[in-house]
Design a protein around this ligand. Sequence first.
Ligand code: ZN
Length: 191
Amino acid sequence: MEKLKCLICGMNISENSYHLNNDSFIEKNEEGRIMNCPFCGVGRIYIDSVQEIYTVDHKSLDTQSLQVLDHAMKLEVFNGEFYEEAGKLSKEKELKKLFKDLSNIEFMHARVHKRLGEFDNLPKLHKPDYAKHHTDNLLLEEAYKRESHAIAFYKKNSDKITCPVIKEVFKALSDVEKQHQFIANAYVLRK
Ligand SMILES: [Zn+2]
């Protein structure tokens, strides 16, 4: 397989990794047909064999942009932790795998923001009690809500950012959240 790299998260995509987190995608990756980054989920246009990964000159970022990146990082950790917990709480085996894959992707989004903002660590957040989502359907409903919130967050906050690279990253990640929203909804309808 040709050496490919994700320009958003910087991960290498190889024959050993292309299949990772495949449950979180509408169009699954196959060997020789890579549709999404298996680590952060972004679309094919952000995967390349020669281009450099997206970077920003940190010193050029204003306070507002850094604040937005910090919020974005927290939001993704918050959702990553939810999916991690949802993977444990859910009953159906297939759904457990989906939640685990979604958790991996959201945590990678948080790492993308961490890199762009040059933050030292991922935040430690106060974990809510997830026990009220005690059925698979309630977990899926919560997933749908969180994805809708994330999409709205990226849309609203993109306007506060002047850096075109960050705007592009927000668009790429928001498109990934749209897939998640679709998948959560499709899962409910199927049940
Ligand atoms: Zn990626």
